[in-house]
Design a protein around this ligand. Structure first.
Ligand code: SF4
Length: 328
């Protein structure tokens, strides 16, 4: 982390999706009252099983999904206030500073546009590089930065491999000189052999350009590598958040322990001796989540109180936040 100036802060951020079926209205409680801070230059990793709300949280922070409740501050400015929705600012000026890299590059690149058009689209939206030659030069510079070359600007996305397509997605995100990027599982759709290259490139970009990342992944070994701190989500809740090495050294939440027990260790001897904790059952539905602690239906340590009262997400050690009744 380069400094401790807070770039992004959420307060009790909530996102519910409405589902209407006949006369019934139900809500998918995808993100539930999440309060986090991300410092300038930091990478905050976000992990959890699929359906835990990590992608929804990333998109809600960018207001690609309009939040249901709570507050979002960007660089000290309130960019969403659930108590005063009418006065929320236009996001266009912030979109330049806050970008996203999507999980599946083949689905996120328009097949009818050339690579040059894709990368330049954001420049046009924000009225940057209005002279044709400057714009062309900027696109070439961005393609260089991500390890492609300027001739690629005239080709179409389907002519590239998955790794190259993700490089195009990264060039598009970098085009408007953002400060903050939500990396939404940017390597999960790629071959394992390509994943490290993309992660290394994102780290290089961070060093060169002073970027701040929210890095979403389901693979704990990847987030460990890239993150300064890691947040663990379960069914819309943040259940643990701490500095990256500390999460691996001293996990406190029962769900985090389960996730970590499933991560293979390079030493086969250690691997053989370490016990994998198996979770019973599937992740419950976010439409009708369990009462109290949402993890209680699968937790090996469940107590009566867990079924009735939701544990508070609190700092239990210096910089170590956990939501669990048995951790204090
Ligand atoms: Fe398990 Fe209870 Fe802690 Fe939830 S609050 S994780 S059910 S011990």
């Amino acid at each position: 982390m380069s400094d401790k100036t807070i770039l992004l802060r959420t307060e009790n951020l909530r996102k519910y999706f409405t589902i209407k079926s006949g006369f019934n209205t139900k809500y998918v409680q995808a993100v539930e009252d999440i309060t986090i801070e991300i410092a300038k230059g930091e990478t905050l990793g976000l992990v959890g099983e699929s359906g835990c709300g990590k992608t929804t949280l990333g998109r809600t922070i960018l207001r690609l999904y309009e939040p249901t409740k709570g507050k979002i501050y960007y660089d000290g400015q309130l960019i969403f206030d659930g108590d005063n929705i009418k006065n929320n600012p236009d996001m266009l000026p912030f979109r330049r500073k806050m970008q996203i890299i999507f999980q599946d590059p083949s689905a996120s690149l328009d097949p009818r546009m050339t690579v040059g058009e894709i990368v330049a689209e954001a420049l046009d939206i924000h009225g940057l590089y209005t002279q044709k030659n400057d714009r062309k030069e900027r696109v070439a510079e961005l393609l260089d930065m991500v390890g492609l070359n300027r001739e690629h600007a005239n080709r179409y996305p389907h002519e590239f491999s998955g790794g190259q397509q993700q490089r195009i997605g990264i060039a598009r995100a970098l085009a408007v000189e953002p400060e903050f990027i939500v990396c939404d599982e940017p390597i999960s759709a790629l071959d394992v052999s390509i994943q490290a290259q993309i992660v290394n490139m994102l780290e290089d970009m961070q060093d060169k350009l002073g970027l701040t990342y929210l890095f979403i992944a389901h693979d704990l070994s990847v987030v460990k590598h890239i993150s300064d701190r890691i947040g663990v989500m379960y069914l819309g809740n943040m259940v643990e958040l701490v500095e990256s090495n500390e999460l691996y050294r001293n996990p406190l939440h029962p769900y985090t322990k389960t996730l970590l027990s499933a991560v293979p260790v390079p030493d086969p001897e250690v691997n053989r001796k370490s016990q994998r904790i198996m979770l019973e059952g599937e992740i419950p539905s976010a439409i009708d989540p369990p009462s109290g602690c949402r993890f209680h239906t699968r937790c090996p340590y469940v107590m009566d109180i867990c079924k009735k009262e939701a544990p508070v997400f609190k700092e239990v050690e210096d910089g170590h936040y956990v939501a669990c009744h048995i951790v204090s």
